[in-house]
Design a protein around this ligand. Structure first.
Ligand SMILES: [Zn+2]
Length: 271
């Protein structure tokens, strides 16, 4: 049987980031919800003291409404959103944070480098709605932790995709069993050679940290790289005897990271 060792990322993939006609969500752990449009997704982590939203899809009110609807649908309280943690300063992750701040008074987290980068490099300079539109409260850096109730998110500086890109490791629970989940913050490798090299160094660093933290759950913030929509669809109808498709094991997480290395080598060999 043929299996793919890398995802297909096309022009349509990029366009789909802005498509607000489709949203889906699934409770993938007892305390972790994924909300996605066709291409970009965010996570909501439930703690004993409220909810942490990780990334925020796209700067459209529809994305905010989809996140709130998903939280309501799984029986959680959207009024309990306390924090918005961003992986990096690109518009498809800073997303609908403005509404999360205005409506939920979420405390916002991003690296200082990407806070500046976001302002200095609007992804779509002819489109003001995609520019920086809310304040970052906490500048997060490598080695920091973000704590809310019983949850601790470990933050890792993984520059490359953007200069201040962050990746995160945090515990999730299923049937009273704790697993460690990892989210590689900047999905695609950059186009410049020296930045690809930096991206690969960051990837090696994150893989090592994932080993130390016993990561066995692979998450992604773009559905194109991990069969994301299919994993969500499966999770929505999964029966109790079926495995959790996000739990890939310690070795599995290291293999998952190989996808990003393969994409990087393609870029380097094109130069
Ligand atoms: Zn990005």
């Amino acid at each position: 049987m043929t299996r793919q060792n890398k995802p297909t990322v096309t022009r349509e993939t990029i366009c789909a980031m802005e498509d607000m006609t489709f949203f889906t969500h699934a409770l993938i752990f007892d305390d972790l919800l994924i909300v996605s449009n066709k291409e970009t997704n965010c996570f909501v982590l439930k703690s004993t003291d409220g909810l942490i939203v990780i990334d925020a899809i796209w700067p459209k009110e529809e994305a905010f409404n989809a996140i709130i609807r998903a939280i309501d649908d799984v029986g959680w309280n959207a009024k309990m959103i306390k924090k918005l943690v961003l992986t990096h300063g690109h518009v498809d992750h800073t997303g609908c944070g403005k509404w999360l701040v205005e409506n939920c008074h979420a405390t916002t987290y991003l690296s200082k480098t990407d806070d500046i980068y976001w302002e200095a490099h609007p992804a779509k300079p002819n489109r003001p709605e995609t520019w920086k539109d809310y304040k970052i409260d906490v500048h997060i850096k490598d080695g920091d932790t973000i704590v809310l109730g019983d949850k601790t998110i470990y933050a890792y500086g993984t520059p490359g995709h953007t200069p201040g890109c962050m990746s995160y490791i945090f515990p999730v629970t299923e049937d009273n069993q704790i697993h460690m989940a990892a989210l590689w913050g900047g999905t695609t490798p950059p186009r410049e050679k020296n930045k690809v090299e930096q991206y690969l160094m960051s990837l090696d660093y994150f893989k090592e940290q994932a080993k130390i933290k016993n990561v066995d759950v692979a998450l992604s913030n773009h559905t194109a790289v991990d069969n994301g929509l299919e994993r969500i669809a499966y999770s929505k109808v999964r029966m109790t005897y079926m495995p959790n498709i996000y739990i890939v094991g310690r070795e599995g997480f290291q293999n998952f990271c190989q996808v990003f290395r393969t994409l990087s080598h393609d870029i380097l060999s094109d130069m």
